[in-house]
Design a protein around this ligand. Structure first.
Ligand code: GLC
Length: 737
């Protein structure tokens, strides 16, 4: 023990000065460089344009090479490969006066070339190590192709499945979304941004973009500051505390102020209250969009609003590029703000090691050897399997025996391209594996594998039904791949009707008439209202858009090579009329009572969802017992230990996500009926039991009160622990002053 203490002191004595020296060195370097810069060069560092290699927004420019050479743009996005980026970097560091290297940004959201499940799918794994590894592989591949900055993770809490961008996030829960945001930032950035296989991450979209009214993308957000701080900001705060290099502002307004021109969000909270030293970039032309928002009379005024609010870099808007010099001369903006913005940009470049070696991310050997490797593909397959959620398994029809004759049917049954989902950047869907290909590749299968498309994803044709029915009649079981196209979720892809598109339900109904058991595999980017499938399918596996290895991963589950362990991170409504519906809503003054008319309910649908947050089945069963609390009451400066025993009472090994929820029964503001406060994914062999412990303290029970102070309040609480947000054992405790 003594030795350890001595070593700690030695480290502290020697390491601390070195860290401080390095920090001083960095600031000295940046201040010296800043002192040499002209105003035009400073504005250039605050300017980001897209290349024309990929289009991710409404406008594209082509003369970016000239802008780079003139020092009028200091960063570029949607550019990749070593060959292409070397030309651009050479222009920046060999043809400009101060030779400041470029940042190369790209939306590496769930993989670069090896594509992982969409983030909403990955989140259903509840496996932080898996999600960190996924981001790690993405960073390795992206940095091997000249990218040093990703516009990810998207950490928007989302409770409305009409919104297409739920596909990019981590679902409806703040606590889980925060853990996942941290895992992804760590995966992208590692512990040292100057390493060539780590890239700068970007917490987006700041803030509350997921609260868009009616689930319509870019729509108005009108929420209380309490809701903003309790629900939407914690994942961003966690990213800031974890040292995420950049933030991206969101398109939406919040309570009348567009996020891109919101000093409360950017200066008061992010840069002052959280003391975050990173760099804020806007979303695509979101400065310009303050004009249609009705918040600026023209682009020049929008630029002044953004700069005064704390925006450091203008993505694609060319507003700082065109107007900031004039705004400064008119004293509409301050040189101090320009200098602060430039320093924040230069710090990111410095931390990435670009001033030491601007070509450090441009290594042809890495590009040739580190992309889509067998190891990366194997990791993608494993993460995909962990992401899938078994929603129904009547009479344990799954897993399938190898000797069964299967009819693989559906518009997505032999579709590889859609498997990589939205925001798949440099991914190539043609290199993905379809479900049919995955099944055919499984050499252990001795039964016949038949195929028919049955219908298209989203049109009204039924002319393929007959062929599908004919194939179904020759089988023992139907594997029916239904869902959306990748383009039906992601950005600018909201849907007012979240049922199966096209004639897919009708195809199901025709196949049902054959009397053959039907295993539905869902491939989608959002929760769908699939009440009829739930009533009539024999099994339903939520596979999401599972990435490059989708077909293999789904096959691994269908045939039992992997026991499904995923749990939903977003509620599945019975119909879109229930939306917004999430597990942590308020109790109201008239909570539902079946035999009381005057209570909060619908006339035509229950209040309960089709599938709740935290729900997911397994090929085995788990039983919960012995919920124990270390004390019945504890003080603000104390903590409570909660333990519960979970047993795998089935015949197969499996992984279970044990979830811990609390309910604050009485507060100075009303509190949700339940809030996730802990979880633990454990492997249990058949028959094995494990006792899991969770520690709760006052910080875990805190919320923003009417004085906007984040604190817990004394009173009674309930505890729920189990395998979903609606099952498990219940206890209670008191928090005392
Ligand atoms: C898009 C998206 C944002 C993305 C950016 C750059 O409009 O909103 O998530 O990172 O533009 O492609």
């Amino acid at each position: 023990m003594k030795t350890a203490r001595i070593l700690t002191i030695i480290c502290f004595v020697f390491l601390l000065p070195a860290t401080l020296f390095a920090q001083q060195n960095k600031e000295q370097f940046i201040n010296t460089l800043l002192s040499k810069m002209t105003l035009e060069e400073k504005i250039g560092q605050m300017t980001l344009f897209t290349s024309d290699w990929d289009v991710t927004g409404p406008t594209v420019r082509s003369n970016y090479l000239e802008d780079i050479k003139s020092g009028k743009m200091g960063s570029i996005f949607n550019a990749y490969t070593v060959k292409y980026n070397r030309v651009l970097q050479k222009a920046a560091v060999e043809e400009t006066r101060l030779k400041i290297p470029l940042l190369f940004g790209y939306d590496v959201v769930h993989g670069h070339r090896t594509i992982f499940p969409i983030p909403l799918g990955e989140a259903c794994s509840w496996d932080m190590a898996a999600m960190e590894l996924s981001a790690r592989v993405a960073a390795t591949e992206a940095s091997a192709e000249g990218i040093n900055w990703t516009f990810a993770p998207m950490v928007d809490i989302a409770r409305d499945p009409r919104w297409g961008r739920v596909a990019e996030g981590a679902g409806e829960d703040t606590y889980l979304g925060t853990q996942i945001a941290l895992a992804r930032v760590k995966g992208f950035q590692g512990t040292d941004l100057s390493k060539t296989n780590t890239i700068a991450a970007c917490a987006k979209h700041y803030a509350a973009y997921g609260a868009a009214q009616a689930g319509r993308d870019y729509h108005t957000v009108d929420i209380s500051e309490n809701t903003l701080r309790d629900v939407y900001l914690p994942p961003f705060k966690a990213c800031a505390d974890a040292g995420v290099a950049t933030f991206m502002t969101s398109f939406n307004e919040i309570n009348g102020l567009p996020a891109t021109g919101n000093p409360f969000l950017l200066k008061t909270i992010l840069k002052k209250e959280w003391n975050w030293q990173g760099m804020v970039v806007t979303d695509y032309t979101s400065i310009n969009e303050m004009v249609p928002h009705g918040f600026a009379k023209d682009n020049k005024e929008a630029g002044e609003i953004a700069l005064n609010a704390g925006v450091d870099m203008d993505m694609q808007g060319a507003v700082y590029y065109n107007y900031t010099a004039q705004s400064l001369s008119e004293k509409k903006v301050k040189l101090a703000d320009i200098d602060d913005a430039v320093k924040r940009v230069l710090r990111v470049k410095y931390d990435l090691g670009l001033f030491d070696d601007p070509y450090r991310y441009l290594d042809e050997k890495r590009e040739a050897s580190e992309v889509m490797t067998p190891e990366n593909l194997a990791i993608a397959r494993d993460v995909a399997r962990k992401s899938m959620v078994l929603l129904k398994n009547e009479k344990n029809i799954l897993p399938l025996n190898n000797n069964l004759n299967v009819a693989v049917i559906g518009p997505l049954a032999d579709d590889a391209v859609n498997m990589i989902g939205s925001w798949s950047a440099a991914g190539d869907g043609k290199k993905a594996t379809s479900l049919l290909q995955g099944i055919k590749a499984r050499t252990a299968i001795t039964g016949k594998v038949l195929y028919a498309k049955g219908c298209n994803i989203n049109d009204d044709s039924t002319n393929q039904f007959a062929a599908a029915v004919a194939v179904a009649r020759q089988s023992d079981v139907i594997i029916l791949a239904l869902g959306e196209s990748a383009a039906m979720s992601g950005e600018a892809a909201s849907r007012s009707d979240i049922t199966l598109p096209g004639m897919q339900q009708e195809l199901f109904d025709e196949l049902k008439k054959t009397g053959k058991p039907i295993v539905v595999v869902l491939m989608n980017g959002r929760p769908l209202a699939i009440t009829e499938l739930d009533q009539n399918a024999d099994a339903i596996l939520e596979a999401w858009f599972a990435g490059t290895m989708a077909g293999h991963a789904i096959t691994d589950i269908l045939y039992g090579d992997y026991n499904p362990s995923g749990k939903l991170v977003m509620t599945f409504p019975r119909n879109v009329g229930q939306v917004p519906i999430h597990y942590n809503m308020k109790n109201t003054g008239r909570p539902f009572e079946a035999n009381n008319k005057y209570t909060s309910k619908y006339l035509d649908v229950p209040n309960t969802p089709l599938y709740p947050f935290g729900y997911g089945l397994s090929y085995t069963q788990y039983k919960y017992a012995d919920l124990k609390l270390s004390k019945s009451k504890f003080a603000m400066n104390d903590s409570l230990r909660i333990s519960i025993t979970v047993t795998n009472s089935g015949q197969r090994d499996g992984e279970e996500v044990v979830q811990l929820y609390i309910q604050d029964l009485v507060g100075s503001l009303t509190r949700p009926v339940k809030e996730l406060k802990g979880f633990n994914k454990v492997m249990l062999k058949a028959g094995e039991s494990k006792t899991l412990s969770f520690t709760i303290d006052a910080d875990d029970l805190a919320f923003y009160n009417r004085d906007m102070v984040n604190q817990a309040e004394p009173g009674m609480f309930k505890v729920f622990a189990g395998g979903s947000s609606i099952s498990g054992l219940e206890g209670s405790f008191e928090l005392v002053k």
